[in-house]
Design a protein around this ligand. Structure first.
Ligand code: GMT
Length: 371
């Protein structure tokens, strides 16, 4: 069960399902729409079950938690599911729990594995009435994972959780994210071989897109450079306004949502990622595999990914001067930039290769199934 939209949790769920299917497991995606990275995948082991949205005049608007639970009851029965892996405590883990409770007694009682991606905690921060539901979902899953140790600690602290939570970090397929892809059209964006800076996000306030623009403005004063922004969300208009005010419009490309970010990362130089916090920062890991130098904040779980000065750089959240200084320094030294990019890819291979991470999920599934 996962979100189909552009966002790390849906990507992690899709990639996990893809690799599990390749390794001989039967995988059923249950989601409001086909997850965007699933659309190019074909496998006899992969099934997709669309959850219909229901609206009815006298019923309240948001019914997804209920409709996904109903769909899960059906799928579990039809395909004899062993495990439902819910990405997010709310709504998916609680919906999985509900689906199991209402499943007919003669059906197998599937296990519920929940992966927290961070958004659950933010949601509860914004709507405290979700607290008991999120806490219940975490306490009553058969296993819970987080994508970083920071998120594990936050979950324990925020929800007073006593149970075991396993940290299984995100991963990147380096066969997809790499340098020199033919889909990269550097000359479209940097016709005079200018340096390319990238930012990829859903433009939520937590991403601090204005900081991206401020860093870029400082870099642009020092050297010819272009900024590519991929994604869309609530902060996009504000970011465009700042670009106008700083007279940078002809150097900044707003490309909106893109399915193949690997093409852009394969020829950019620096990835700017100044988030307030990231529980993991999958977009930064994909940039590392693509040999970009990541310049980021030290918010949340980012220090578990970035080794200062070795595979990228961190500055304090909001310190755009320091981020700009680091970016300018690395862009002035091509040899060092390439060396850090190469090390970032090696490090991604060492620590976050699917072959290292997927077996951790398989071992967890075996454990909850008592195998
Ligand atoms: O970053 C977002 O706004 C999307 C969000 C999501 O729920 O898809 O991403 C979260 O999960 C990703 C996958 O585990 C992590 O890489 C992101 O760091 C995390 N986002 C935040 O913590 C802000």
């Amino acid at each position: 069960m996962c979100s189909p939209t552009y966002g790390g949790s849906g990507v992690v769920a899709t990639e996990l399902g893809r690799f599990l299917a390749e390794r001989g497991n039967e995988v059923h995606f249950i989601s409001a729409a086909s997850p965007f990275r699933l659309q190019s995948v074909t496998s006899p082991n992969i099934f997709f079950h669309e959850v219909q949205s229901i609206s009815y005049p006298v019923l309240p608007g948001e019914m997804h938690g209920i409709t996904i639970a109903s769909k899960t009851v059906q799928v579990a029965q039809d395909y004899d599911l062993d495990i439902v892996h819910a990405h997010y405590a709310i709504p998916h883990a609680i919906s999985a729990w509900l689906a199991r409770e209402v499943s007919p007694r003669q059906c197998k009682r599937f296990k519920v594995v929940t992966t927290l991606h961070g958004t659950d905690i933010t949601l509860v921060g914004r709507a405290p009435s979700f607290f008991p539901i999120a806490q219940f979902a975490i306490e009553n899953s058969d296993a819970v994972t987080t994508v970083s140790d920071w998120l594990r600690r936050e979950t324990v602290k925020e929800f007073g959780i006593k149970r075991d939570i396993e940290v299984i970090p995100n991963f990147v397929d380096e066969a997809i994210f790499k340098r020199g892809l033919p889909g990269c059209k550097k000359h479209y964006y940097a016709p005079n071989n200018e340096k390319i800076l990238m930012h990829i996000s859903n433009f939520r306030p937590v991403k601090r897109v204005q900081d991206v623009i401020q860093v870029f403005a400082r870099v642009q004063k020092e050297m010819p450079a272009k900024l590519i922004l991929i994604g869309d969300g609530p902060e996009r208009d504000g970011a465009a306004q700042l670009v106008r005010e700083l007279h940078l419009m002809q150097h900044v490309y707003f490309l909106g949502k893109q399915d193949h970010t690997e093409n852009f990362l394969s020829c950019s130089d620096v990835m700017l990622f100044p988030s307030e916090y990231e529980s993991f920062g999958l977009a930064a890991l994909e940039a590392m595999a693509s040999e970009n130098v990541v310049v980021t904040s030290n918010g949340g779980g980012i220090p578990e990914l970035i080794k200062q000065g070795k595979n990228g750089f961190m500055a304090n959240v909001g310190d755009v001067d320091e981020m700009a200084r680091l970016t300018i320094e690395i862009l002035r030294d091509d040899e060092r930039r390439k060396e850090i990019g190469r090390f970032a890819r090696e490090d991604a291979h060492e620590r976050f290769h699917p072959e290292k991470i997927i077996p951790q999920y398989e071992a967890l599934y075996d454990r909850v199934l008592g195998r």
